[in-house]
Design a binder for this molecule. Structure first.
Ligand code: ADP
Ligand code: MG
Length: 627
């Protein structure tokens, strides 16, 4: 807010007071033309920003509050209602200040986010530590995070031990313990110890950079409802102008006619919608979910089905080898060696588990000469001159004795063959995410159908699905089949959210109404998705759906409210119950109510937890509206 704006309000207010006083005083009469001339000048000078904005809106062919108010002001001047013109000007100026304050808060919320991003980092150069700008860091540089400072990059801890407040990324208030090997995020706060971190991503590429980008994009992108809102806003103004013409033709009362023009407007929804969308995306970001645009928020509010991938999504995706069952006359170490060699280049969680097990057993493995990954099935590699096939039952079809295929276990069975000879079975077990079952119960209580989609075997899928209480389970699906399932639901009129993490989920994520990727997932999944759960926490997905629904509800409230105020206002004005001043008061104050209604969604505290300065905001806006 600037002094100029306040001075303008005072100036116009004083002018209105003077005009009113002089018209009522003894000077009334011969001085009138001069008083009016000065009043007109004051209206034009004081209201200059409004006229300016209205002119721009005309050029852009947009109907706005400013434009309809300028029409009203000019009409009032034309019938020599100078006092009325000044008062309307005064209302609009005051409303603009209030609106500026609210929208400014949205902008400040974004700036606050940007400010959390450290600009410099202490980096190792030889045996020294040097402070340099973050954008000069390179991958695999080592940086130092001192206690009490913000971590400057996304990377992996290579030395030190500390607790890190990750609220800015995950929304989680509990500090997370970090030891070598742990992943840390830019923008989080290192609390107790010093950490040496190997740089993985910097600046805009970090998770935090992505949050900022999402929020900024939200400010610029329009949700479909927002476009609809703009269009309706236009119609409403034409409707009001039409009503004004009819009023004039019937009543011949110019004051009623002007009141009709003044009272109607769709600004509540036109100005309230972007604010609500921005607020909702900011709030989602604060709790650890990047929503990549207003459109996705709008879609998320309308979903009826949630599809969940199993491995890495409802499970931690860090499975461990639970049992090694070599075929007769094969050594366990030979089985593991074959499997690990073939899996070496794969980034599938099962591959990682097998490679890790080889390390644990002290089996050293080389890299394969050729490597093929068949998503949803397994890998085929050429190593040491032999073809090695590692994967599920479908993948090894025909090469494994039938007796070995009957997997009665809950674990995932991985079959291994080498040069066409069955080597044995490796069982891999994964742990359910702690929040998965409660999150799914909550989704169900929100009347959402939950479906588990997995490429894993039926037994393994059922074990997990029953523990979670999902409505339906589909197992042994190839990536295309996941995709086809999504397409089938969508063409049947469903709105579907798909949550996944793997390369095999990417096609389905793209096709779903809203694709949701786990932060710990593959790059492909995160790129294909519309929403990314940075902390890979499913409860944040539930929260984001709630935020989306809340946003939708607020937009609808504004919509219905604006319509109601307009209709009642136009009728009252047409029948002469409103004078132009009262009409302007109703218009401007109802718009303010809708803007404040939207502002309820703006994040309430500064992102960044304990170290961030808290901005306390308490706006208590009635859910009802005047008029
Ligand atoms: P999900 O749908 O549960 O995330 P995937 O589609 O990634 O699982 O994999 C489905 C199944 O295919 C796995 O359960 C496993 O049996 C097999 N599979 C996939 N990739 C591999 C791999 N790299 N090594 C061994 N088996 C694999
Ligand atoms: Mg997966």
């Amino acid at each position: 807010m600037e002094w100029r704006d306040i001075n303008r309000v005072i100036f116009v207010g004083a002018a209105a007071g003077a005009v009113w006083f002089l018209h009522g005083s003894a000077a009334h009469g011969f001085l009138d033309p001069y008083i009016d001339a000065i009043g007109v000048a004051c209206t034009l000078i004081g209201g200059f920003p409004i006229f300016h904005e209205a002119f721009e809106n005309v050029m852009e062919r947009r109907m706005t509050m400013e434009l309809s108010m300028v029409i009203a002001i000019l009409a009032a001047l034309a019938i020599r209602e100078i006092f009325t013109a000044l008062v309307i000007t005064e209302f609009v100026l005051a409303a603009e200040i209030l609106e500026g304050l609210t929208v400014g808060r949205g902008r400040k919320a974004i700036q606050a986010l940007v400010d959390l991003m450290p600009q410099s980092a202490v980096v190792r150069r030889g045996s020294d530590w040097k402070e340099i700008a973050v954008d000069q860091l390179r991958q695999r540089d080592e940086v130092l995070a001192r206690p009490g400072t913000r971590i400057p990059v996304d990377g992996q801890v290579v030395g030190g031990h500390s607790f890190v407040d990750e609220a800015s990324i995950t929304g989680e208030p509990m500090a997370a313990e970090k030891v070598p090997g742990a992943i840390v995020f830019a923008g989080t706060i290192n609390q107790s110890g010093a950490l040496e971190i190997r740089v993985d991503k910097v600046g805009r590429d970090t998770s935090f950079g992505k949050i900022i980008e999402a929020v900024e994009r939200a400010r610029n992108s329009q949700a479909p409802i927002q476009r609809l809102a703009d269009r309706l806003a236009g119609y409403l103004v034409y409707f009001a102008l039409g009503a004004a013409v009819i009023t004039f033709l019937i009543t011949h009362n110019i004051r009623s006619t002007i009141s009709v023009v003044i009272v109607a407007g769709a600004c509540g929804i036109a100005a309230g919608t972007p604010l609500a969308v921005l607020g909702a995306i900011g709030r989602a970001a604060q709790s650890g979910a990047i929503v990549k645009g207003g459109r996705h928020l709008e879609n998320l509010a309308e979903i009826d089905t949630v599809l969940l991938d199993k491995t890495g999504t409802v499970t931690l995706g860090t499975p461990e080898v639970s049992e090694v069952q070599p075929a007769t006359s094969v050594l366990a170490s030979a089985l593991i060696e074959s499997a690990a060699m073939a899996e070496g280049p794969s980034e599938h969680p099962i591959a990682k588990a097998i490679v890790k097990e080889a390390g644990r057993m002290g089996v050293s493995v080389g890299l394969p000469e050729r490597f093929d990954y068949i998503p949803g099935r397994g890998v085929t590699a050429i190593a040491g001159g032999d073809e090695i096939v590692v994967g599920n039952w479908v993948h090894v079809a025909g090469e494994v004795p039938e007796a070995d295929s009957r997997n009665e276990k809950r674990e995932t069975a991985v079959y291994v063959t080498r040069a066409g000879v069955f080597q044995g079975t490796i069982y891999v077990a994964d742990v359910l995410r702690a929040e998965a079952a409660p999150a799914i119960q909550e989704l169900k209580s929100m009347k959402l159908r939950t479906v588990l989609l997995t490429g894993d075997s039926k037994t393994a899928a059922e074990e997990v699905g029953v523990a979670l209480g999902v409505d339906e389970i589909f197992a042994e699906l190839l990536p295309e089949e996941k995709l086809r399932y999504v397409q089938k639901l969508i063409s049947a009129g469903s709105k579907v959210a798909m949550v996944g993490d793997g390369i095999n989920d990417a096609p389905a994520l793209t096709e779903a109404t809203v694709g949701v990727a786990m932060g710990s997932g593959t790059d492909v999944a995160r790129e294909s998705a519309d929403v990314v759960l940075i902390g890979s926490d499913l409860s944040k997905f539930v929260q984001t759906v709630r935020i989306a629904r809340h946003c939708h509800a607020i937009i609808m409230e504004n919509f219905v409210g604006t319509l109601a105020v307009d209709t009642v206002g136009i009728v009252l004005a047409a029948f002469g119950f409103l004078n132009p001043v009262l009409a302007a008061l109703i218009h401007v104050s109802s718009e303010m109510v809708f803007i404040l209604n939207s502002a309820r969604l703006l994040p309430r505290r500064r992102v960044g937890g304990a170290a961030g300065r808290r901005v306390k905001v308490s706006v208590d806006v009635p859910r009802t509206f005047p008029g």
